[in-house]
Design a protein around this ligand. Structure first.
Ligand code: FES
Length: 118
């Protein structure tokens, strides 16, 4: 997928069973081999990047992205997931899974282009 960002555009791949945020962590590690990470693989010292995160379980809303292209390639949100509720009540965005998703829980099955909600 591609994250379209004026300063820090990034393109990386994600496996079918992988959420977009953890795939992103992997891509950071391969792009910046000296990047320090926590036990869970989360970068601890690399902040010049477009994505934000905190909870990594779909509750804080910091990892929300806007879908610019490829909404059909997202796996639909799990009905038991807090994802759409968090998008509406924490990220203050339209809870439409064709417009916005949380990278820490969303998975894709094909190419997507994302933007950071502005
Ligand atoms: S990191 Fe908190 S909702 Fe994704």
């Amino acid at each position: 997928m591609t994250i379209d960002h004026p300063e820090f555009p990034v393109t990386y791949g994600a496996g079918a069973s992988e959420d977009l945020l953890h795939a992103y962590f992997k891509s950071l590690k391969s792009r910046f081999p000296d990047c320090k990470t926590s036990k869970s693989g989360e970068p601890t010292d690399h902040m010049d990047e477009p994505l934000g995160w905190e909870c990594k379980v779909g509750l804080c809303g910091l990892c929300a992205v806007e879908i610019a292209e490829g909404a059909e390639n997202f796996v639909p949100p799990d009905p038991g997931s807090p994802e759409m509720n968090t998008i509406e009540n924490k990220a203050f965005l339209d809870p439409d899974p064709l417009k916005y998703r949380l990278t820490c829980v969303a998975k894709v099955k094909g190419p997507v282009k994302l933007k950071i909600p502005g």
